[in-house]
Ligand binder design. Structure first.
Ligand code: HEM
Length: 470
């Protein structure tokens, strides 16, 4: 690649970053404040109501779609006996049919659902028929709504992201940045082996996370996995996303070439990577953030840029030594990647910052919430990686490019590989933090607490429950 070509690529990459920033900025600036979990906005009958006759149905309305939880809703009479009922979710409404006659007195509906962003929600509603009961003795089965995911899920998410970004990134690097002649065939072969291994890690991470997500969202123990209802309660997207990740990666790493690739192969590898990288944006916090389509688009760009960065580093660490040994091939590959790296980094940081704003919602949330604290750790690690990338780009790469003799070139290539390994290691740590971030509730503790308090008030016979009804 000539100098003017490189400059053109660099300018194109920087322009892309700028465009992403501008487009997202316009959309996001005109958007309403960031969305959080679903919030209960009204109930019919209202909390504390005294009715002349028993209703046939109880309806709870939320400000966004919710997902049902089998066995998550129970109706009790004042003596704590369960009243026969059946519950169904219709969009943003939980509709509870009372299937048996009830006499006068207080009824308590204890409910548990899953918010569109994947976090569990819970609470209770109390109303009376005829007159309130003097004593309300609902059994003390406290519904503990734990909004933070178990650590095992965080570890699997980490494996899933690591495998996905490494496999897709290495595959994309192989078809985009390696020279198109036979001298790079050995490098192509090595990268294909690495991408296949990474795709295997991704498959383990994404597939084994599915049952853990089910148990976390439904608040159940491992034995519930023997029950078909547990599996059917999961939203279809929780199956579709891992399936798309695995299918996209299988296509990409199967088609990855070991000889100079034909255009169709290149397109197929990139399409497989694209499908695998776009899928994760369809679940999690991005689903509940506004403006939804734009946030999902920004998330896809974030994932693509992250894959290109991590994949590029891993690929350079794997093949630069061999490529640099004989001629200037190796330096040329690194130079080509470095030209794009500035644009990739710009897209990654701009997209990540926009996601942070739409999900965390405010500067205060960065300091007040566990989510914000994890995000700050992530940003600090990214700063370290950026510093290493700059050192590579502006100090080590010119030395490699300027090396005249083979021995000198090999020495400089070895230094670049060492720094690249450390940089990749920092990105692996960034992904570990991300694995825990995506399932952590961005809500401040104070917003979660009322639900739990409301549940514990159920065992208090005197006070009425006042959960989340504005
Ligand atoms: C300044 C830099 C960055 C910021 C501010 C940032 C911020 C974010 C935020 C807010 C999210 C959404 C988390 C959620 O769902 O709650 C996210 C997701 C993610 N980030 Fe970053 N990030 C940055 C850099 C990186 C880097 C360097 C990598 C990897 C090399 C990375 C990989 C990811 C991945 C894999 C996801 C998950 C996306 C999904 O599942 O939809 N991020 N990031």
């Amino acid at each position: 690649m000539g100098r003017s070509d490189a400059r053109r690529c660099g300018a194109a990459a920087a322009l892309l970053g700028l465009l992403v920033g501008l487009l997202s900025g316009v959309g996001v600036l005109t958007a309403s404040p960031a969305a959080a979990h679903a919030t209960l906005i009204s109930t019919d009958p209202p909390e504390g109501a005294v009715l002349t006759a028993a209703p046939e149905q109880v309806v709870l309305t939320f400000d966004e779609s919710v997902i049902g939880d089998p066995g998550g809703t129970t109706v009790f009479d004042a003596a704590g006996h369960e009243v026969a009922s059946s519950a169904a979710v219709r969009g943003p409404r939980l509709v509870v049919d009372l299937d048996e006659e009830v006499g006068d007195g207080t009824l308590v509906v204890v409910w548990r659902l899953v918010s569109d962003d994947g976090h569990p929600l819970g609470g209770s509603l109390r109303f009376s028929v005829g007159a309130p009961s003097e004593v309300v003795d609902v059994p003390g089965e406290e519904v503990h709504v734990d909004t933070d995911a178990p650590w095992r899920l965080g570890v699997l998410r980490w494996l899933g992201y690591l495998g996905l970004l490494a496999a897709a990134g290495v595959a994309a690097f192989s078809v985009l940045f390696l020279p198109g002649d036979a001298r790079a065939d050995a490098a192509r072969d090595r990268l294909r082996g690495a991408a296949r291994l990474a795709a295997g890690v991704a498959a383990v991470g994404w597939c084994f996370a599915v049952p853990l997500v089910a148990l976390y969202q439904l608040g159940l123990g491992a034995s519930a996995l023997r029950d078909g209802e547990t599996w059917s309660a999961l939203a279809p997207a929780q199956y579709a996303v891992p399936a798309a990740v695995v299918a996209g990666l299988v296509v990409a790493v199967t088609v990855m070439p070991v000889t100079p690739p034909a255009r169709l192969r290149v397109v197929t590898v990139l399409a497989g990577c694209g499908v695998a990288l776009a899928a994760p944006a369809l679940t999690g916090h991005t689903r509940a953030a506004d403006p939804n389509a734009l946030v999902i688009g920004v998330d896809v760009l974030h994932l693509v840029a992250a894959a290109l960065w991590l994949g590029g580093l891993l690929a350079i660490a794997l093949v630069l030594g061999d490529l640099a040994a004989d001629d200037r091939h190796g330096a040329g590959v690194v130079a080509r990647f470095s030209t794009w790296a500035a644009g990739i980094l710009a897209v990654l940081v701009v997209a990540g910052s926009l996601l942070a704003w739409r999900i965390a919602g405010s500067w205060a949330a960065l300091l007040d919430t566990g989510y914000g604290a994890l995000l700050l750790v992530k940003v600090l690690l990214v700063l370290v990686a950026v510093a290493l990338a700059s050192w590579n780009r502006f100090v080590l790469l010119p030395r490699l490019l300027g090396a005249e003799r083979s021995l000198e070139r090999r020495d400089h290539a070895a230094t670049v590989v060492r720094t690249v390994r450390v940089e990749a290691g920092v990105l692996v740590a960034v992904l570990l933090v991300t694995g825990f971030l995506v399932d952590r509730s961005p809500e401040p503790e104070s917003a979660v607490a009322p639900a739990v308090q409301a549940m514990s008030k159920l065992v208090d016979p005197v006070r009425s429950v006042t959960f989340a009804v504005p």
